[in-house]
Design a binder for this molecule. Structure first.
Ligand code: KG4
Ligand code: ZN
Length: 384
């Protein structure tokens, strides 16, 4: 078995083997780090934390050799949201065929990959376990290192997969179905959370509003589509926390206002959708300005990631804001914004290059904040 860097922290080497063993471990660790930086590595990545099952093969030189994905919309549509047990079963059915497809499309076998990476959290735990256990089995069978990836780190580093010039640190707006956070990405595994939602995630607000408006599932893209033919000034909606003297976000009040507007019968659905989308972008812009105005010097780049980063109105606002603060704006292509395995493989490649890997007993984590030191904010349902 290769010696894993996680061994020092997790495995606690026996005292009687003493310093010689520690020296060997340190040597292997540093050689791996040097090797990771110097030569090309091939990483297989798996994703199964929500309602997309995916496998991808990516190299440390930013080549996406393959990416295979199976969505589960049809399984969940009748329920109007993701049902965890149904999701876990669908992941269990699809994961192995997708791994086969990803390896075949990449022209690789399991023996050719340097490490197996999988989302180990945060997410729906039944689904997370499917991908993580599959990765552990492959790592054990092929004697490859396992890399347990934080799904949020997958999103956070995804922009570096498509932009070789994007250097640390950068400012990241992470907007997905479970999160809305503003972070400073200092390095791989090193994040400072500047702000987070005190109630709903922004994608959650899109999904719930779309459901109220009868726009179907998944809600975000459907709401954006409807908003195209609407008047964004037609419906007066609140901007929660706009102007507040704190860095956080809030969307629950906006969602409730959408319910009232829909129930009033006074407005067209596309007008409510467009007004909601404008209210969201206004809130995001205001909260970003709050943090940017308090920085001595903003980082060189503003990056957006997570499923809501697929929204064109959000991207346009961020592009404009970045220009105003003389920051470069970096947004991954739409397919890389929503859940996928290429970003997990890439985060695995970044961690592998940094000399990091994990023991085979690494647990699946339903919650896993990127910045464990960040204060706990008020509000129900806060997702870190
Ligand atoms: O990152 P992601 O695929 O999964 C999570 O990790 O949560 O994000 C999914 C979220 C959903 O709430 C979905 O409605 C939202 O991203 N989303 C969008 C758009 N595409 C996906 N929200 C607004 N506009 C879109 N075009
Ligand atoms: Zn995600």
């Amino acid at each position: 078995m290769p010696i894993r860097s996680g061994f020092l922290a997790e495995g606690k080497p026996a005292a009687d083997r003493g310093e010689a063993l520690l020296a060997v471990i340190a040597l292997v660790h540093s050689e791996r780090a040097a090797y990771g930086k110097a030569s090309m590595t091939v990483i297989l990545g798996l994703e199964s934390s929500c309602d997309e099952t995916a496998a991808a093969v990516v190299t440390s030189q930013r080549e996406i050799l393959s990416h295979a994905l199976a969505g589960q919309e049809d399984h969940h549509r009748a329920f109007g949201g993701v049902v965890p047990e149904i999701a876990a079963r669908a992941h269990a059915e699809m994961m192995t065929p997708l791994v086969r497809t990803a390896l075949r499309d990449a022209g690789k076998t399991l023996n050719d990959v340097d490490a197996v990476a999988a989302t180990a959290g945060p997410g729906l735990i039944g689904g997370v376990m499917v991908g993580l256990v599959t990765a552990k089995a492959m790592a054990m069978a092929a004697d490859k290192p396992l890399i347990a990836v934080n799904h949020l780190e997958g999103h956070a580093l995804s922009a570096r997969l498509i932009d070789a010039d994007l250097e640390f640190p950068y400012l990241l707006l992470l907007v997905s179905g479970g999160h809305c956070q503003l972070l400073r990405v200092n390095n791989v595994g090193d994040y400072t959370r500047l702000g987070t939602t005190i109630d709903d995630a922004v994608g959650e607000a899109f999904d719930k509003s779309a459901k109220i408006l009868g726009l179907g599932f998944p809600g975000g893209p459907a709401l954006e589509q409807s908003a195209r033919s609407g008047d964004a000034d037609a419906v007066p909606l609140p901007r929660p926390l706009k102007g507040a003297d704190e860095p956080h976000f809030s969307f629950a009040g906006l969602k409730s206002a959408v319910v009232r507007a829909a129930q009033s019968g006074s407005f067209r659905v596309p007008d409510i959708a467009a007004s909601f989308q404008l209210a969201v972008t206004d809130c995001l812009e205001d909260r970003l300005r709050y943090s940017l105005d308090r920085m001595d010097a903003p980082p060189a780049a503003l990056v957006v990631a997570g499923g809501v980063a697929a929204n064109q109105a959000v991207r346009n606002m961020l592009q404009r804001l970045a220009g105003e603060y003389e920051m470069r704006f970096v947004a991954p292509p739409l397919w890389l914004c929503t859940d996928n395995a290429a970003m997990i493989a890439w985060a695995g490649a970044e961690r592998f290059a940094a000399g990091l890997s994990d023991p085979l007993d690494f647990p699946a984590r339903p919650r896993w904040p990127l910045d464990p030191g960040a204060e706990i904010v008020r509000g129900a349902g806060v997702k870190a």
